[in-house]
Design a binder for this molecule. Structure first.
Ligand code: DNO
Length: 393
């Protein structure tokens, strides 16, 4: 597997030199300064690529080329945005960048309620807690029909939680949920998110899936021609939020979208932490089924609770069988021999890491994207890869 590292560009508090020191060889990055929906110009792509290569690294994966909401809802300026997306994909292919991660999450990108969940060893982790999420949905956003999304037990706990929260805690919760996390695409104020929820909710799962397939039908042929593979990132968390549709949460979802547009350019990102947040997703089984369509991997672990809550645990110590997952991915790589150069090795990145030591007070820290925490995760995963690879010889 190729060891990669997510880098947020020249403003990232982690430098490319540090990434090299951590031992990764590939960079995962995006042109986050380009507004969603605009074309990624060749000059900008080339400039970013040069920066990375001058540091002795390779730009392995684009994460993400974001989709404008008009594409997801197939309304407004959808036509223009799809054409711009095609142009960005062509420009990336011409520049020699051949892997693109994207997602089709409605309204909010990845979502957590607590960005500094204190663990027994005083490291901080990201957490999604259903009680907090429901408290926000029911009593701050006051979404129509919100009660139907939660069982009585969750509503009772959310009521008690909300009553006990200070105004500052309520504001912080709102900001965690709707202001957007690192690399995420949606950033809203309260009225903005209400309007977006209304617009997306009425599509329903079938309508929303049809919109994804319509997008793929247009984009995949362009990607094929440009020599680019598209790797859709799953919903995080992999169940409905705010009563919104979810179409990339399970093996059935993944299968439906691969079958709808059966091309090698139409592929998946195996995000272990996202798919793994559902106990009914068998990740090893999914890797075996989709082995030839997994183009990018996020390795992350979680500890789940019964009500959908989870927190991000240490990379090797959680509900995901990380060794089994890595083993299945190594098998998948083995099955790829004979593909064009660059298509056999699967780029993986240690997805997120705990906030440790001095980074806990570093104001530039992007939650989940600490240097030390990710380096610890990468080192642990590297050990697993190394041992499993040695055992195959
Ligand atoms: C979170 C990430 C997401 C992901 C996008 C993919 O850490 O996994 O930001 O990059 O959702 O489009």
């Amino acid at each position: 597997m190729e060891e990669t590292w997510r880098w947020f560009g020249p403003d990232d508090s982690v430098t490319l030199e540090q990434v090299r020191q951590a031992g990764a060889t590939g960079i995962v990055t995006a042109l986050d300064h380009v507004p969603t929906g605009e074309i990624w110009a060749t000059v900008d792509i080339e400039e970013r690529k040069r920066l990375i290569e001058n540091a002795g690294l390779t730009w392995s994966v684009v994460e993400s080329v974001p989709l404008h909401n008009d594409i997801k809802t197939r309304s407004g300026d959808c036509r223009r945005y799809v054409d711009s997306y095609k142009e960005s994909i062509r420009n990336l292919g011409t520049a020699g960048i051949h892997r693109v991660c994207y997602n089709f999450m409605p309204v909010v990108d990845w979502t957590r309620t607590n960005l500094a969940y204190e663990l027994p060893n005083s490291a901080q982790a990201l957490r999604f807690e259903m009680t907090d999420f429901a408290a926000y949905d029911l009593f701050v956003l006051k979404r129509d029909g919100a009660h139907a999304s939660y069982n009585d037990d969750v509503v009772a706990r959310a009521t008690a939680r909300f009553d006990a929260m200070s105004p500052e805690a309520r504001a912080a919760l709102e900001s965690n949920i709707i202001a957007g996390l690192p690399g995420g695409e949606g950033s809203y104020d309260r009225n903005g998110i209400r309007a977006a929820i209304d617009q997306f909710a009425k599509l329903g799962n079938d309508g929303y899936r049809a919109n994804l397939i319509a997008f793929l039908e247009e984009i995949i042929p362009v990607a094929e021609e440009a020599g680019v593979v598209m790797a859709i990132h799953p919903d995080d968390p992999p169940f409905s939020l705010f009563g919104l549709p979810r179409v990339v949460s399970t093996a059935d979802d993944a299968r439906a979208l691969l079958n709808a547009v059966p091309s090698p350019a139409n592929g998946l990102t195996m995000c272990a932490g996202s798919y793994g947040a559902r106990g009914d997703n068998d990740l090893v089984e999914m890797i075996r089924e989709f082995h030839d369509r997994i183009y990018f991997v996020h390795l992350r672990n979680i500890k789940r609770e019964d009500d959908g809550s989870f927190y991000e645990s240490e990379h090797l110590n959680g509900d995901n069988d990380m060794t089994g997952i890595v083993n299945a991915l190594l098998d998948a790589e083995g099955q790829r021999q004979g593909l064009p150069a660059g298509r056999c090795r699967i780029p993986m990145r240690p997805d997120h890491g705990h906030t440790l030591g001095e980074e806990k007070t570093d104001r530039r820290l992007r939650p989940g994207y600490s240097y030390a925490g990710r380096m610890k995760g990468l080192a642990e995963l590297r050990g697993v890869i190394h041992a499993l690879t040695a055992m195959r010889r």
